[in-house]
Design a binder for this molecule. Structure first.
Ligand SMILES: [Zn+2]
Length: 126
């Protein structure tokens, strides 16, 4: 049972990652055609945090790996869906994005960390 749940979470995470990559490619193609969208892979995305969580919790094994994989899949799929939606509605923010903005963004160290990570990923400061 645990193995089935673990494999299902990994499949969900990988499918989410595929949707994320397809959204990034579509956004880049639209920019090449002259559309002014700002959907770019080189900034801190919660899909990346999900990928780190997926890889980081896998060695723990047991239910911790299952829980980590499902949490990671949720992060990756939420971010993928956010950017897929933004291709049609640029102002769209996912549920997790809105929760992050409403709860964690008020902390200066979170804003500082996001800025540092965005620079690491290559995004210019706003
Ligand atoms: Zn994102």
């Amino acid at each position: 049972m645990r193995l089935i749940l673990l494999v299902a979470a990994w499949i969900a995470a990988v499918l989410g990652a595929v949707v994320f990559v397809v959204a990034m490619i579509e956004a880049a193609m639209r920019r090449a055609e002259g559309e002014a969208n700002d959907i770019r892979p080189n900034e801190l995305h919660h899909a990346y945090l999900g990928a780190l969580l997926l890889i980081g919790t896998a060695p723990l094994g047991g239910w911790r790996a299952v829980f980590g994989a499902w949490l990671a899949a949720a992060l990756i799929c939420d971010d993928a869906d956010e950017h897929r939606q933004q291709l049609r509605r640029p102002a769209y923010q996912s549920l997790l994005h809105r929760w992050f903005a409403a709860t964690l963004w008020r902390f200066a160290w979170i804003r500082w960390l996001a800025g540092v990570l965005n620079r690491v990923f290559g995004k210019a400061a706003p």
